[in-house]
Ligand binder design. Structure first.
Ligand SMILES: C[S@@+](CC[C@H](N)C(=O)[O-])C[C@H]1O[C@@H](n2cnc3c(N)ncnc32)[C@H](O)[C@@H]1O
Length: 216
């Protein structure tokens, strides 16, 4: 069930879906493109990997990753964006991708997931919900999570926001803390702009260290 704010956001994206791909603010577009390229490069799926793209929108990242991944699952709360993504997949004859409704904390996908990606979507959640979203992603058990988004390196000038639509950009430190808390190791931090970055989080591959104090 979507709450009211989410429903408004979903409707907003459905209304702009048909021209979303050419509508990015001209000042922000090179930054968005640079961020998207980094997410695609770092995701680096293998031919047998299932990749989940959360907040997939019109499928920019999902469709790019479908070239290399075994299967790609794109999830979004906006039906209009999902329709666009589906028609782009059909137009390009890409068959190893499926798009459908799903939310960060309830992606509506029950299969195994090897890699999770998300580009410019998590910032729509307030900070406490970002934590819940990252916990839900960790619960899916991917070996890698690549997050491209609005995130603040330092203290950006509130008078000069890069994105004018109420972006709730978390600080990089806060996101790294959450990723670490849920058991990921942050293996790369890419600063694209003062207010935009890409974080790569991977499973450590090690069992948690046994702490005898916890038994007392
Ligand atoms: C700015 S667009 C980015 C789309 C795409 N990832 C890209 O890079 O072009 C943000 C997308 O996130 C979706 N979104 C917002 N909140 C969401 C949530 N809680 N769960 C899933 N998707 C969400 C919106 O519907 C929208 O399609």
């Amino acid at each position: 069930m979507m709450h009211e704010k989410q429903e408004q956001l979903a409707n907003h994206f459905s209304q702009i879906a048909h021209h979303y791909d050419d509508k990015h603010d001209s000042e922000a577009k090179p930054i968005y493109n640079a961020c998207a390229s980094l997410v695609i490069d770092y995701a680096d799926p293998r031919p047998d990997d299932v990749t989940l793209d959360l907040g997939t929108g019109t499928g920019l990242i999902a469709l790019a990753l479908a070239e290399d991944a075994g299967h790609v699952v794109g999830r979004d709360i906006s039906n209009g964006m999902i329709e666009q993504a589906r028609s782009k997949a059909a137009d390009s004859g890409i068959e190893n991708v499926e798009f459908g409704c799903g939310e960060f904390r309830d992606p509506q996908y029950n299969g195994e997931v090897d890699i999770v990606v998300s580009n410019f979507a998590l910032h729509h959640l307030p900070d406490e919900e970002k934590r819940e979203a990252i916990e839900a992603i960790a619960d899916l058990g991917p070996r890698r999570f690549v997050l491209g988004d609005a995130m603040f390196f330092g203290s950006p000038d509130p008078e000069e926001p890069l994105f004018g639509h109420g972006v709730d950009g978390a600080t990089v430190g806060m996101l790294v803390d959450i990723l670490t808390d849920v058991g990921f190791v942050v293996t790369a931090v890419e600063r694209v702009h003062d207010q935009v970055g890409v974080l790569v989080a991977e499973q450590s591959g090690e069992e948690p260290v046994y702490d005898p104090q916890e038994d007392q």
